[in-house]
Design a protein around this ligand. Structure first.
Ligand SMILES: [Zn+2]
Ligand SMILES: [Zn+2]
Ligand SMILES: [Zn+2]
Ligand SMILES: [Zn+2]
Length: 177
């Protein structure tokens, strides 16, 4: 059973997408900025301020370190060559490596963040796989689906169009809860 505290710290889709502060849930829109501060180590956690980053650090620290450790092993970041099956394989492979790096099981907060990490929906590259680790481009309506470039958005938009509404509802439901 996950503890209450752990459930409270379960990441929302918007937090994982970097649209919402990982600590106080403030969105980029409320903050009046285009983007939140990104954790410079793992690049997977976002904050509206340095003080929110500090407040979240005890929850985030171990996972962040484990990701950084994993990030330095080039062979585990093999290219997915635009194949969803390869992406899923790699994601699961990392899910097996992370507990070894942490020396414990992943919390629901961590596995949720890992399994839903932003990726391009066309080529299945994460920001870690992109040159200069540049940021992915989010959908301006749902904020939780990404592509790596405008070209890939052109390609993916027809497919996403019918699903965008569903993502928006999903995000709304999380806000109510
Ligand atoms: Zn905040
Ligand atoms: Zn981090
Ligand atoms: Zn792409
Ligand atoms: Zn969308």
């Amino acid at each position: 059973m996950a503890s209450k505290e752990e459930l409270r710290k379960r990441k929302t889709y918007l937090q994982i997408a970097g649209f919402e502060c990982s600590n106080c849930h403030k969105t980029t829109r409320e903050d009046g900025t285009r983007s939140l501060l990104r954790c410079t180590r793992c690049r997977m956690s976002y904050y509206c301020s340095k003080s929110c980053q500090r407040a979240d650090f005890s929850f985030h620290k171990q996972f962040c370190t484990a990701i950084e450790e994993l990030s330095n092993l080039d062979e585990v970041w093999y290219s997915c060559n635009g194949k969803e099956s390869e992406w899923n394989k790699r994601k699961i492979y990392h899910m097996q490596l992370l507990p070894a790096a942490l020396d414990r099981d992943l919390t629901s907060y961590e596995s949720n963040a890992w399994l839903n990490q932003p990726k391009c929906h066309v080529c299945f590259r994460t920001s870690r796989d992109l040159e200069n680790r540049s940021a992915l481009i989010p959908c301006t309506n749902c904020h939780v689906v990404f592509c790596c470039s405008n070209e890939h958005w052109e390609q993916h938009r027809p497919k996403h169009k019918s699903l965008c509404q569903t993502y928006q509802i999903m995000v709304q439901c999380e806000k109510i809860r």
